[in-house]
Design a binder for this molecule. Structure first.
Ligand SMILES: CC(=O)N[C@@H](CCC[C@H](N)C(=O)O)C(=O)O
Length: 373
């Protein structure tokens, strides 16, 4: 079997939650330990790994980041190499992202370029967020890259397509957890209670008006409530309910505005339903803002390649904590076409593995170009 396929399939079987990527880290370290070590320096950070490939001249450092965590989804692909971890799946392509990073590292471990390369295997992209913490480490500061690259698989594009743009690519995100506490009681005596199922339904409905009525129609925002829990059994009025969701905005300012409106509505629910509410914003990610010059240069580079097609895409409401890595260091992220009928975060996501060779080959050419310039 093709070497990259084998890595991808082995990693696919062991998806783990953010900061619990113990087997994944062991797999990565074991793989890296078998590469020629002469040019490599390896450091771990929590469940992540840094690998530096010392350059031949070594004034500059090119960073390459992959995320390594999985998602709490029960896989339904029926692939023979499906997840062996119940209720967990690599449903956002991080198994492919890691494989591509290992493919590049394998090549550069015996073929270093002039520049140093820094590979970052970053935990917890799906939450609670590893990038912001990883760049605060002493190791990152010591090996600080001058530019950083990352990719994300794109199920909607065919294999051989790369899509990106200079400037804003991914949105600002904030998780959203709202807990409501009222007064439970007998289903037959609603007048003696404050029903948190009714309160939560009303709140979910009200939240829908924020994007349609409070955000400039020429701007964009999303409020998604992905999970509601409340109550205990069908004939008891629920004392508690919890809403879990996420907020997405295309500007930092809109995020503050959306949050202010949510807070006002939650206050209204407290008064209207005589209950107590708490809001927790969980993890928040800074927008992915591709640096204009390096992204344009990359797109131009890809356009000269005959076997890859580059598209100037629109920004997306997805979030990525990679945004923190390129906040102060020039860099970019791009979409890699993997042609899956099912999208990201879907239990039947089946990326076309031919995209692995496309990415490794393209990025090897690009890093050679940048790293020997
Ligand atoms: C690429 C991608 O799908 N990223 C995730 C990031 C999630 C951040 C956080 N857990 C949240 O839900 O806000 C995404 O859902 O866009």
């Amino acid at each position: 079997m093709n070497h990259l396929l084998q890595i991808r399939r082995e990693l696919h079987q062991i998806p783990e939650k953010g900061f619990e990527e113990v087997k994944t880290q062991r797999y990565l370290l074991n793989y890296i330990s078998k590469l020629p070590q002469e040019h490599l320096q390896i450091e771990t950070w929590r469940t992540g790994v840094f690998v530096r490939v010392k350059g031949k001249v070594g004034d500059n450092t090119i960073g390459y980041r992959t995320d390594i965590d999985g998602l709490p989804i029960e896989e339904e692909t029926e692939l023979e190499f499906s997840s062996t971890h119940e209720g967990m799946m690599h449903a956002c392509g991080h198994d492919l992202h890691m494989t591509i990073a290992l493919g590049l590292l394998t090549h550069y471990s015996s073929n270093p370029v002039n520049d140093h390369l820094l590979f970052m295997f970053q935990p917890a992209e799906e939450g609670p967020g590893g990038a912001e913490l990883m760049i605060q480490t002493e190791v990152f500061k010591r090996w600080k890259p001058d530019m950083i690259i990352a990719l994300h698989i794109a199920p909607e594009y065919p294999v051989g397509t790369i899509a990106t743009k200079p400037g804003l690519l991914f949105a600002n995100t904030s998780e959203l957890f709202i807990d409501l506490k009222g007064k439970g009681g007998h289903a037959a005596f609603p007048h003696q209670t404050n029903d948190m199922v009714v309160a939560s339904c009303s709140l979910v409905t009200q939240l829908q008006s924020i994007v349609s009525r409070n955000v400039n129609p020429l701007d964009s925002a999303v409020i998604t409530i992905g999970k509601i829990t409340g109550g205990t059994v069908q004939n008891i009025i629920a004392e508690r309910a919890r809403l879990e969701g996420t907020i997405r905005t295309l500007s930092v300012e809109s995020m503050s505005k959306v949050k202010a409106r949510i807070e006002a509505m939650v206050k209204g629910i407290e008064i209207g339903y005589d209950c107590q509410a708490t809001i927790d914003y969980g993890c928040m990610y800074h927008q992915v803002d591709n640096e204009e010059q390096v992204t344009s240069e990359f797109m131009k580079f890809v356009s000269t390649e005959t076997d890859v097609n580059v598209i100037h895409c629109s920004e997306a409401m997805t979030g990525e904590d990679f945004g923190y890595m390129i906040k102060d260091i020039p860099g970019f992220m791009f979409w890699l076409g993997v042609n899956s009928p099912y999208g990201l975060h879907h239990a039947k996501l089946t990326p076309d593995e031919n995209a692995l060779d496309v990415a490794v080959s393209l990025l090897t050419k690009y890093i050679n170009f940048k790293g020997t310039a």
